[in-house]
Write a protein that binds this ligand. Structure first.
Ligand SMILES: Cc1ncc(C[n+]2csc(CCOP(=O)(O)OP(=O)(O)O)c2C)c(N)n1
Ligand code: SF4
Length: 282
């Protein structure tokens, strides 16, 4: 039988990435996916190494470019399950523009952001989600700038699925990953993840003491309620779960040529179809 395998990694023992990789393998297995049906697109960073460590198709591109590559893969081959896995630096810093505009386009990809609130691979510089005032090896006087709020930005831009989870709560993380993969449209799942080597503030215990599942009675349909939850942070508790969800046509649904027929990669190319356009240049 064809199964998902995971491999030895170069991550530090105890890194939160292990919980995410394990949950990913479980989520894909429980959804009945096969390795050849899945593609992971990533950029650069510790989180972005994920496709190297699991037996699915993978694309490892430039820093910040995991989303456009993932979107292009989905548009060209609509039958594939496309997942983007990248750090919060890669996603909200270097790739911030792509993040915002993919929300608007609603390309059907699940985006798992490993948010360790630090640049792990390059040894601990502040990332967009490092808290204001937090000291790092580079920001020795403390971070000067406001913390980026990815969930509030996604909700504001009209994202159709916005959720948060924690790498130390496997059951919760698996259920959020499954919901994000099954959602039709762009699904943002921001995952709290300790970097035990470079972030000595947001430790496993720091997250564990603060994350709290959103009340079961909460219905993720009201943008303004979702926006309030997106602003709960730190000692006030960090809500985990689906903050907001709605059904909207995806990028492919909005373009008849893509929606109807076979995936683009399977279509036969016939140069004669271009003749009428070439005539314009004669
Ligand atoms: C355009 C560009 N800028 C900067 C770098 C250097 N760089 C490589 S990884 C990285 C940080 C990665 O941090 P994050 O995305 O949060 O992932 P993590 O390593 O924490 O998982 C940086 C700044 C680069 N490779 N390319
Ligand atoms: S440096 Fe941090 S993010 Fe990178 S592998 Fe080690 S613990 Fe994980």
């Amino acid at each position: 039988m064809c199964e998902f395998k995971t491999f030895d990694t170069a991550w530090c023992p105890g890194c939160g990435n292990f919980g995410i990789l394990k949950a990913l393998k479980r989520a894909l297995t429980e959804l009945g996916k096969k390795p050849h049906e899945v593609v992971i697109s990533s950029g650069i960073g510790q989180a972005a190494k994920t496709p190297h460590y699991i037996s699915v198709n993978g694309f490892n591109g430039l820093h910040g470019r995991a989303v456009p590559a993932g979107a292009a893969i989905k548009i060209a081959n609509k039958d594939l399950t496309v997942i983007v896995e990248s750090g919060e630096g890669d996603t909200y810093g270097e790739g911030g523009n792509h993040f915002i505009h993919n929300v608007r386009r609603n390309v059907d990809i699940a985006h798992f952001v490993h948010n360790n609130q630090i640049y792990g691979l390059t040894k601990g510089q502040a990332s967009p989600t490092t808290a204001k005032g937090q000291k790092t090896g580079i920001q020795t006087m403390g971070v000067l700038h406001e913390q980026f709020n990815p969930l509030a930005v996604a909700i504001t831009m009209g994202a159709t699925f916005v959720a948060r989870s924690f790498s130390g709560n496997e059951e919760h993380l698996v259920s959020m990953m499954k919901a994000a993969i099954e959602h039709k449209g762009y699904a943002l799942l921001d995952i709290m993840q300790p970097c035990i080597t470079y972030n000595k503030v947001n430790t496993f215990k720091w997250y564990k003491d603060r994350v709290k599942p959103i009340d079961e009675s909460y219905s993720p349909t009201d943008k303004f309620e979702a926006y309030k939850l997106a602003h709960q942070w730190g000692d006030d508790g960090i809500p985990i779960g689906i903050l907001y969800k709605k059904e909207e046509p995806t990028y492919i649904d909005k373009i008849e040529f893509l929606k109807q027929g076979e995936p683009l990669v399977d279509r036969k190319l016939d140069p004669k179809n271009a003749e009428k356009y070439m005539a314009d240049f004669r």
